[in-house]
Write a protein of this length. Structure first.
Length: 362
């Protein structure tokens, strides 16, 4: 279904900019998406989520969310134009329709996580990572349109014309430098609300926190889109970018880095307790407490026992980290929700690691 939705979205993009535009936009979009995805994966290194679920987050954003946003916006735009007026629709779409539809459809993956995979959300950082990858996927598909259109428009113009060159340069600067984290940033606000709600027992608190995150994302998105409507100042977009988006981005960046460092310290501090209580082996405390040692452990397993054993070791490291986080929070807050399930997951992952090691050495 995701593949079909992505193909349908790209087909619509091709109807707007042609096949050449799609190819050019796709190449540039891949180049932009790689460092963004890498950044969110790096944030997740202490308690790595399952790769399949991270891929699903990116795929949702780039396929079903993008497809649904495109067609809902087209339908709602037509409805507003016919029932009110086209002048009203010209400002209502960027100010209301676009922010609401895009943030809601991107955020549905996070809602699914909260309802069906709540155990996978161990803290705010998980919400940032999952949301960021959803936004990166959405931005990946959207950039095919914008970057492809910039390239084809330039190719169809007098390429020696200074104005055409300037327009191309501004377009590329805007999409490649100013707003590559735009969609990840918006949906990350919702992701924080979802992650905060995952730790609450009260249903009202869960709903309230999730809605607060969604409204923050919609509002910030609407403020950005408002720059295309508010006056004729050609520098307004850069003023709003500097006054609003940059501070929000820097705040989110600092928060993510602090959470990552805090998560590492939390895990390292609780590992001796896990060893004492028999959840992990005492000799595993040191390698689990250091990212370099974890990587060396996986590399040694792969060299001696093969890829399957190395993969199983990585899964065990991630599950043990998640158990450390839940154990610490249970001790601090008294909330033991998901602790027993996480302990079982860690035990199962360790069994699978030892089984893979035994098979390879047989």
């Amino acid at each position: 279904m995701a593949g079909a939705a992505w193909i349908a979205s790209v087909a619509w993009v091709a109807s707007q900019i042609g096949l050449d535009g799609v190819i050019a936009g796709l190449v540039l979009s891949v180049l932009l998406a790689f460092p963004i995805v890498s950044a969110f994966v790096w944030l997740d290194r202490w308690a790595r989520e399952r790769p399949r679920r991270l891929v699903s987050a990116f795929a949702w954003g780039g396929s079903l969310a993008a497809f649904s946003a495109i067609w809902s916006q087209e339908g709602l735009q037509t409805l507003v134009d016919t029932t009110v007026s086209t002048d009203f629709g010209d400002w209502f779409r960027p100010l209301v329709i676009t922010p609401v539809t895009e943030e809601v459809f991107k955020g549905l993956f996070l809602v699914w996580l909260l309802i069906y995979r709540r155990r996978q959300i161990t803290g705010l950082l998980d919400g940032i990572v999952y949301a960021g990858l959803v936004g990166a996927g959405f931005s990946f598909t959207e950039n095919i349109l914008y970057l492809g259109r910039a390239i084809t428009t330039f190719a169809e113009s007098d390429t020696s014309d200074a104005h055409a060159v300037a327009v191309l340069g501004i377009s590329l600067f805007l999409r490649a430098v100013m707003v590559p984290f735009f969609h990840p940033l918006m949906v990350t606000l919702f992701g924080i609300g979802i992650a905060a709600s995952a730790g609450k027992r009260s249903q009202a608190a869960r709903i309230g926190l999730a809605l607060a995150g969604l409204l923050a994302a919609i509002t910030l998105h609407g403020v950005w889109d408002w720059t295309s409507l508010a006056g004729k100042d050609p520098l307004l977009i850069y003023k709003i970018y500097g006054a609003v988006l940059v501070p929000v981005f820097l705040t989110m960046l600092i928060l993510a880095l602090v959470l990552r460092k805090r998560e590492g310290r939390m895990i390292a501090a609780s590992l001796p307790v896990l060893a004492r209580d028999g959840y992990i082996a005492p000799e595993e405390v040191a390698p689990l407490a250091n990212l370099k040692e974890r990587r060396r452990w996986r590399k040694n397993m792969r060299r001696r026992s093969g890829r399957t054993a190395a993969h199983a070791t990585g899964r065990y490291q991630a599950e043990a980290s998640a158990l450390s986080i839940r154990m610490t929070r249970a001790h601090v807050t008294g909330n033991r929700d998901g602790l027993d399930e996480q302990a079982q997951a860690a035990a199962f992952a360790r069994t699978e690691m030892l089984r893979a090691l035994a098979v390879s050495n047989a």
